[in-house]
Design a binder for this molecule. Structure first.
Ligand code: BEZ
Length: 211
């Protein structure tokens, strides 16, 4: 069965260029971004893995660990990382799973019957510290991912897990938030001392509460 948001994600141990990685041990109390790509030594993937590496401080700020995956070997990953480091001006130090036997790809539904022959599609999974799946996106092979968007979603999840707000269209960290519909406006005014603007009874805005 396909994974659904809110499911506990399956644990696995798989080889990588850094040696065997057990997901749950690797994650510890961190968030995890697990992302698959079709193959090593491909141009779009080269830029993506470089960008994830260059964003290291942004992941660290949010207590996020990153794991990439393809069905190529650990030796292939090692050679490719040299190219990524050279061309993308970075040093990749996160694990790239060598899912040659497709254990993880099958567990996470990363191989689609209509995609390139038995290669993993460009999937992204955000997993929270309770090992729950919080986001899943699949991109076409020809479209590189926007990891700023992944960071933005993590900001929203980390905020809305702790405050009774939701984040509106195109929200980014620091912007005003929506008061969740379950709180009456009078109660919301008490909960959000920075102020609540009632645009419609069902559309109430408040400054971001944790800023
Ligand atoms: C790439 O990563 O560059 C790529 C992979 C599969 C199909 C098209 C592009």
């Amino acid at each position: 069965m396909a994974l659904q948001l809110g499911d506990t994600v399956p644990d696995f141990t798989q080889n990588s260029q850094l040696g065997p990685i057990n997901l749950y041990d690797f994650a510890g109390d961190s968030w995890v971004v697990l992302f698959s790509h079709p193959a090593d030594y491909t141009p779009v993937c080269t830029t993506e893995l470089g960008e994830v590496s260059r964003l290291r401080s942004e992941w660290e700020k949010r207590n996020v660990k990153t794991i990439a995956l393809s069905v190529d070997s650990a030796e292939s990953h090692q050679g490719w990382i040299c190219d990524i480091n050279e061309t993308q001006k970075t040093t990749v130090d996160y694990p790239i799973l060598a899912d040659e036997d497709k254990t993880v790809s099958d567990l996470y539904g990363m191989i689609h019957p209509n995609a390139l022959n038995n290669l993993t599609v460009r999937s992204v999974f955000i997993i929270d510290p309770n090992k729950k799946l919080r986001l899943q996106i699949t991109y076409p092979a020809s479209t590189g991912r926007n990891f700023d968007e992944i960071l933005r979603v993590i900001d929203s999840l980390q905020l809305t897990d702790h405050h009774q707000v939701a984040t509106p269209v195109n929200w980014k960290d620091g912007d005003d938030c929506v008061v969740v519909p379950s709180i009456p406006t009078d109660e919301a005014r008490g909960k959000f001392p920075k102020g609540v603007t009632e645009i419609k009874p069902y559309l109430r805005m408040t400054p971001q509460p944790n800023r």
